[in-house]
Write a protein that binds this ligand. Sequence first.
Ligand SMILES: N[C@@H](CCC(=O)N[C@@H](CS)C(=O)NCC(=O)O)C(=O)O
Ligand SMILES: [Zn+2]
Ligand SMILES: [Zn+2]
Length: 192
Amino acid sequence: MVGIGIHPTVDSGYRATDATFSGGTLVCQCTVNPVKVRVSSDIAHNHACGCTKCWKPKGAVFSVVAVAPTENVEVIENADKLAVVDAAALIQRHACKACGVHMHGPVEREHPFQGLSFIHPERFEEKGWAQPGFAAFVSSIIEAGFAPERMKLVRSQLKDSGLEPYDCLSPALMDYIATWTAKKNDELRGER
Ligand SMILES: N[C@@H](CCC(=O)N[C@@H](CS)C(=O)NCC(=O)O)C(=O)O
Ligand SMILES: [Zn+2]
Ligand SMILES: [Zn+2]
């Protein structure tokens, strides 16, 4: 492979976006008794994430992570192997205690993402899920040990892979969050 190992699906030029994709089964990396999670709808907002909290496959600098409505996400096998990584975090990342893969991460508390679960589509047994659309939390890769002087290179490689780099979320998602917050503040003011 030439360049930085962004993520196996990105580096391999993954481009599949099947308009008919309607979910599938996520499987962890365990060869015996893998955890299986059924996602019974399409995924949304698939993106690369450079933050230190999202699960990444071995050697990858970024994770690839998307959301699905929590009501459509169900652990169907070996749920006893799952544990919440950080109970204080917004995203309740449920990781397999044996292999470490984060299998689902519901947002339960009041937040613009409440009711959504974060999942890693590369763990789908099925193909056809939407490719990542942008790269989030790019500067955060430095916190995980990435050399700051290579940031220009990583940003240009992300762009070449079709992933616009952002240091937080995409403008569309940041606007969505700010709209939710503005509405919430208006409601609170009305109550006072
Ligand atoms: N710079 C921090 C950023 C962490 C962060 O804010 N991650 C984002 C993207 S996944 C988030 O929404 N986190 C909420 C959470 O982890 O629950 C890091 O790399 O650890
Ligand atoms: Zn596992
Ligand atoms: Zn993240």
